[in-house]
Design a protein around this ligand. Structure first.
Ligand SMILES: CC(C)(COP(=O)(O)OP(=O)(O)OC[C@H]1O[C@@H](n2cnc3c(N)ncnc32)[C@H](O)[C@@H]1OP(=O)(O)O)[C@@H](O)C(=O)NCCC(=O)NCCS
Length: 179
């Protein structure tokens, strides 16, 4: 069986992790836009502290994922953005473990859908699929349309989610929806 190194723990971020996880965002994306977005989202009403998760390698934070509250046709959902793993720790499953752990927490919290704008080759491995065929639309048009994806966690939730999703105000900018 594969799996990430046993020294790496996937856990909910604490306030003490904030600087380190913002550093991960900067390093992973090679700029400060995503870190600034995380700062904004953390002070938004869409923020769910349990859904900010870090990968902790013996005290060194090497990965981060944030899911924030969204509504799709009134169905409670979580939007995954951003996901970041520092380059030296990529390709060993940390990104995947962060996503899976966050989805597990979201499911326990009663969320019925997860949404993501991301690489169409990456997210289907977790069960995400293109959202537009279900009539679940992003706030701004995205290219390619397959990059806008949904994962159903509550039975029948996709079919009840048609319409334009509501997301955190911090994400309501056209530049946030460019791939
Ligand atoms: C995407 C990212 C989080 C993956 O982290 P990771 O810990 O390497 O992820 P995993 O080990 O679980 O999975 C690795 C797989 O992801 C896929 N992958 C990674 N980057 C990808 C990309 N840009 N496009 C498509 N697939 C990608 C590959 O299939 C890769 O498989 P490989 O290791 O056999 O090459 C990391 O590469 C990263 O931080 N990238 C920069 C920020 C970013 O693009 N975030 C995602 C925004 S949608």
């Amino acid at each position: 069986m594969g799996g990430i190194a046993s020294s790496i723990e996937i856990r909910t971020a604490t306030p003490a992790d904030t600087e380190a996880l913002l550093g991960v965002e900067r390093e992973a994306f090679g700029g400060s836009s995503e870190a600034e977005l995380v700062v904004g989202l953390m002070s938004s009403s869409a923020y769910i502290p349990e859904l900010s998760l870090v990968a902790d390698n013996d005290g060194l934070i090497v990965g981060h994922v944030l899911f924030t509250r969204a509504y799709a046709g009134g169905v409670p959902a979580v939007l995954l953005a951003p996901l970041a793993v520092v380059p030296a720790y990529r390709h060993c499953g940390i990104g995947g473990e962060l996503v899976r752990a966050g989805l597990g927490t979201a499911l326990s919290g009663g969320f019925q859908l997860s949404l993501v704008l991301g690489h169409p080759e990456y997210y289907p491995r977790f069960g995400y699929e293109p959202a537009e065929p279900y009539g679940i639309l992003p706030p701004y048009p995205v290219t390619p349309p397959e990059a806008w994806m949904v994962l159903e966690m509550g039975m029948g939730a996709r079919e009840r989610a048609a319409g334009t999703v509501q997301v955190a105000d911090e994400l309501m900018l056209p530049e946030m929806w460019r791939t």
